[in-house]
Ligand binder design. Structure first.
Ligand SMILES: Nc1ncnc2c1ncn2[C@@H]1O[C@H](COP(=O)(O)OP(=O)(O)OP(=O)(O)O)[C@@H](O)[C@H]1O
Length: 590
């Protein structure tokens, strides 16, 4: 809890010390407001004693308190709004930075992680809101403390009234529990109402509703589910209101008793009239004290819920962000070797990659084939450092991949993936981002487009490389799935001389002939550029496109089923030969 509060406070003072101090103006204003009964008492005492000086001082103080409190309120509120926004942005930036700092991808596939980060992202504003809550708590506590001090100095009996509000503090928990139970009870009907409303208002559902004459029926169902949704909430709110009214009744009953007792003492001269005036004017404030404390407890719990998600993300990043510090080699000497590499996805009960031993020689073109779910993409993610092996080692020129700085290793990779990112930027950037340093280098971008056989995509763009992609933007154009994929491939070919070029089914949206042609291009380019000793790894489940690879690796259920050249594997008559034959025949038939 302390860490959360400290985090919000330090963020506020770091983002803008001036605004952070200005927020305290509101708190001072609340303290002044709490002192109002005391000045009123001073005024009445002056009036009784016919002390004009005291009356003047008291009136001046009352007017000043009211004016200054308003002024401080305005300064504080404006500062609070500006600061909330800035703290919110500061946390947004931190969340994005923290998420990006995790070098692997496993977390992005974990339901628990996704649930938590989704809530965190949904509630990004609420981290700015956490500051708001903190300031509310501070201001309200300042008022409560002020009014308690004023009451205690006026007459001890007023503290009985303050104490009588405390049942509210205890019953606050019941109200929260009722509220939560009501929310749970109404969650399903609420979703149903939303679903029915969507059905009626969406073009597809709307069409069926009309064709099948369901409009009347759906209207009744919406009404019934909306009633079922609201009923528990209304019931919960009514119970809470009744309880609160009961506590207020007890409080005001006691207040009448205490004030009557004090009036009796005042008539006897045992209590000053000033104290009586303070008591009368402080009653309302004293009733609020318990409400303020109840809210403070509830707001603190909400604040901690918001901040604790951020603290969780920070801790998670610290736990997972480890990695080596070594630099990868400039050029591969022997290649990459996998030794008994095993990987299991979080929450899965079987290995996606099971004890794989494999040599990828430097300078080779390797094709990784296998049926859906064989483990190809998982192996690629292990090689690119996006997953860490559950067991075993990946050696790059004999050195464990885990020893390399993850960012340095990734800077020496290049590739295109089946789940490619769809950058809605101008075309030059959408390709050039493959090598950030060359993002504005048009000749390089053109070369990458040529290498990816994507020149024809460029011809389809009205403003060439300056065309905005994505129709949600002004003058943006929409490309087909295949065109977008070719731009992604071009992006993957931007980086010069990577140590490992991975093409993980980047051609899945293309027809087999184009894929075949593209792979020939890559293989030729890789063979010509052998001086760099880079490994080109092409992943596909189309066996017919991989003949030219130096090495074909067949995966099956997470294991290496076969390794060899096309001729060797065909001669072996195993899985590759069989599947190659089936696919080649199907291809010839089509
Ligand atoms: N995020 C994940 N969580 C749990 N299991 C996963 C996850 N991703 C993949 N798997 C499982 O791991 C196994 C290997 O998947 P992988 O994506 O590596 O296969 P693949 O050979 O690339 O398949 P495809 O050709 O369909 O792309 C499959 O059984 C798959 O269901």
């Amino acid at each position: 809890m302390r860490r959360g509060v400290w985090m919000v406070l330090t963020a506020a003072f770091r983002v803008s010390p001036g605004l952070a101090f200005s927020c305290l103006a509101e708190t001072i204003g609340r303290l002044l407001r709490a002192a109002t009964p005391w000045f009123l008492g001073l005024f009445v005492a002056g009036a009784i004693a016919a002390d004009r000086g005291q009356m003047l001082v008291a009136v001046t103080a009352l007017v000043a308190v009211s004016g200054v409190q308003n002024l401080l309120g305005i300064v504080g509120t404006n500062a609070r709004i500006a600061l909330m926004e800035r703290v919110g942005f500061d946390f947004d930036a931190k969340i994005a930075e923290l998420i990006a700092r995790v070098p692997t991808l496993e977390h992005l596939e974990s339901p628990d992680y996704l649930d938590r980060t989704q809530t965190l992202r949904d509630g990004q504003g609420t981290l700015g809101g956490a500051l708001n809550m903190l300031l509310n708590i501070l201001n309200n506590l300042a008022f409560a403390t002020g009014i308690l001090v004023v009451a205690a100095t006026a007459d001890w009996r007023l503290l009985i009234l303050a104490a009588l509000g405390f049942p509210r503090l205890l019953t606050g928990r019941w109200t929260t529990r009722w509220g939560r139970a009501a929310e749970e009870e109404s969650a399903a009907p609420s979703r149903l109402t939303q679903h029915l409303v969507d059905l009626v208002t969406s073009p597809y559902g709307g069409a069926e509703a009309r064709v099948f004459g369901l409009r009347q029926e759906l209207r009744h169902r919406v009404r019934d589910s909306a009633t079922a949704w609201q009923r528990p909430l209304v019931r919960g709110a009514r119970k809470g209101a009744l309880l609160s009214a009961g506590i207020s009744g007890v409080f005001f009953g006691a207040a009448i008793g205490v004030l009557g007792w004090m009036t009796y003492d005042a008539l006897r001269g045992a209590v000053s009239v000033a104290a009586l005036v303070v008591a009368v004017t402080a009653v309302r404030g004293l009733e609020n004290v318990s409400g303020i404390l109840t809210n403070a407890v509830q707001d603190t719990a909400r604040l901690m819920r918001n901040v604790s998600r951020f603290v969780w993300l920070q801790d998670y990043v610290v736990q997972t962000a480890g990695g080596g510090t070594s630099e990868p080699p400039e050029q591969l000497e022997s290649g990459i070797r996998l030794e008994a590499v095993r990987f299991r996805h979080l929450g899965s009960d079987s290995d996606a990659v099971a004890s794989v031993d494999l040599d990828l020689p430097a300078g080779s073109v390797v094709a990784l084939v296998g049926e859906n779910g064989a483990g190809k993409s998982t192996l690629v993610k292990l090689l690119t450092g996006l997953y860490r092996p559950s067991d075993g080692r990946i050696l790059v020129d004999g050195k464990d991949l885990a020893e390399f700085d993850p960012a340095a290793w990734r800077s020496r990779l290049s590739g295109a993936f089946q789940d490619f990112a769809d950058f809605e930027l101008i075309a030059r950037e959408a390709v050039g981002l493959g090598d950030l340093a060359a993002v504005d280098d048009e000749p390089r971008v053109h070369q990458a487009l040529r290498d990816a056989a994507a020149e024809d995509v460029l011809h389809a763009l009205p403003n060439g490389l300056s065309t905005q992609l994505g129709t949600t933007w002004d003058d943006g154009v929409e490309l087909s799935g295949g065109q977008r994929q070719r731009l992604a491939i071009a992006r993957g070919l931007m980086r010069h001389q990577p140590l490992l070029l991975v093409l993980d089914e980047p051609t899945s949206a293309l027809d087999p002939t184009t894929e075949h042609e593209l792979f020939h291009r890559y293989a030729n380019a890789a063979h010509q550029a052998r001086t760099t000793n880079a490994i080109t790894l092409l992943v596909t489940h189309r066996f017919t496109t991989v003949r030219v690879a130096d090495l074909i690796v067949v995966m099956d259920s997470g294991r290496i089923a076969e390794v060899g050249t096309h001729d060797e594997l065909v001669a072996a008559g195993g899985q590759y030969a069989e599947l190659y034959d089936i696919q080649a025949r199907a291809y010839r038939l089509s």
